[in-house]
Design a protein around this ligand. Structure first.
Ligand code: CTP
Length: 398
């Protein structure tokens, strides 16, 4: 809930401005007060009248409106809010913010405040990926501005890619997380992700093909609901999400140690593809070709992190969630794995080649819990993560 919170909502001039009308409704449903500010360009997409009618407050528009200045100066306007939200954050607005420009009401408010700022970018995919915008985005993140989205998908301009503004409820979740009012606020959650690398010698290692995409999406979704996330990741292909504590490891043993160091937590989600074996003794010198034939590699078993944490006598998280990759008899195998590991839930992926899930952007998941198996429809990995995060919030809230 957002009762007694005041959001200053800056609406930029982009087609996604229509979603800001719904965002205002959703915020007010949750008890927030919304002070809307429109840029000149925003007025081409939504009218001040509809914005102020939904917000139940005056829509501010012009820096040099003297009546407004007398009623409430722009400095006062931005400082009376708990959070400034820029939605849609256009390329132009992000550029102004990154460069420190203040030539209209919206940019002046953003310069004149020390209140936290959350941006929901929306722009054409080429603009999002343009080096200038990438620089601005990185600069704003370094300045402490938080971001929600953009999402990937079909765009109003007919192109496809990242640049769509997040949906109103996603922005609400990010606002709640930022204000510490999300359903997972106050909860500390551990997520393991990515592959592990097990050294053979200083230059060679054993690895697997995990990209870390699903674990990263889960960590992002949990943080979006307000959780304090400790993200223990092996060498993944995708970058870690913003707003989480990242602990980078290489081997299964290092991951196991990092997990121990992160305890106690309210929940642990074990999405990493941990190597089952390592070299019994990794050579500290590079193995050379020898006339005596092939080198013999002696394997030792790695610690099963999930199983160990699920069986802890003290500090066992209230909810322990494992992942399983299965190719056949998914429910049967994953149910047996849940019992073997001693975890509360298993998220089983059907990775048989026919599904095209391995390496793809979608996932077909069965959630196995004590009371049985629940098959989820096939959906994007981000959506799987959001749904799982919502279930975790329900479970920890009980
Ligand atoms: N896991 C772990 N530590 C290990 C191995 C696995 O924490 N050393 C966790 C993974 O993060 C995942 C689950 O255990 O949550 C996967 O279990 P695993 O036994 O590796 O199953 P699969 O990878 O599905 O392989 P298999 O079916 O061969 O058992």
């Amino acid at each position: 809930m957002l009762s007694s919170k005041r959001i200053l909502l800056i609406i930029g001039g982009g087609i996604a401005a229509y979603k800001s009308l719904d965002l205002i409704r959703r915020l007010r449903e949750r008890g927030a007060a919304v002070t809307p500010v429109l840029t000149r360009a925003a007025e081409e997409f939504v009218t001040p009248l509809s914005v102020s009618a939904l917000a139940g407050e005056k829509a501010y528009r012009d820096l040099f409106d003297l009546t407004d200045e007398a009623e409430m100066g722009h400095i006062q306007l931005s400082r009376s809010a708990d959070l400034l939200v820029v939605a849609p954050a256009t390329a132009d607005l992000m550029g102004k913010m990154a460069g420190g420009l203040a030539n209209d009401l919206a940019s002046t408010l953003l310069m004149a405040t020390d209140t936290p700022v959350l941006c929901a970018p929306a722009m054409n995919v080429r603009m999002w990926e343009h080096p200038a915008n990438r620089r601005n985005h990185a600069q704003l993140k370094a300045d402490g501005v938080r971001f929600v989205g953009p999402n990937e998908g079909d765009m109003a301009c007919g192109e496809y890619g990242p640049g769509r503004m997040s949906e109103p409820l996603e922005i609400v979740a990010a606002i709640e997380a930022q204000l510490g009012t999300g359903p997972l606020s106050g909860k500390r959650i551990l997520v393991t992700s990515g592959p592990t690398h097990e050294p053979i010698d200083p230059v060679r290692y054993i690895a697997n093909r995990s990209s870390g995409a699903q674990g990263t999406a889960v960590a992002r979704a949990l943080a979006a609901l307000g959780a304090e996330v400790v993200f223990v990741t092996g060498p993944a292909q995708v970058p870690p999400p913003d707003g989480v504590t990242v602990v980078q490891v290489e081997t299964a043993q290092q991951m196991s140690d990092a997990v121990d160091a992160a305890l106690p937590v309210d929940a642990g989600v074990f999405a990493a593809a941990v190597a089952d074996w390592r070299m019994a003794t990794a050579s500290d010198r590079k193995l050379k070709k020898s006339r005596d034939g092939l080198p013999a590699l002696d394997f030792a078993e790695n610690p099963d992190i999930l199983k160990r944490v699920a069986h802890l006598e003290t500090n066992r998280p209230a909810l322990v969630v494992g992942f399983a990759a299965e190719t056949d008899n998914v429910i049967e195998h994953a149910t047996a794995k849940r019992a073997r590991k001693g975890c509360d839930w298993i998220v089983a992926n059907d990775v048989s080649p026919a599904t095209g899930i391995m390496g793809g952007s979608e996932n077909a998941v069965v959630l196995i819990a004590e009371d049985g198996a629940e098959e989820w429809p096939r959906m994007g990995k981000d959506d799987v993560a959001k749904r799982l995060a919502a279930r975790i919030a329900d479970a920890l809230g009980q």
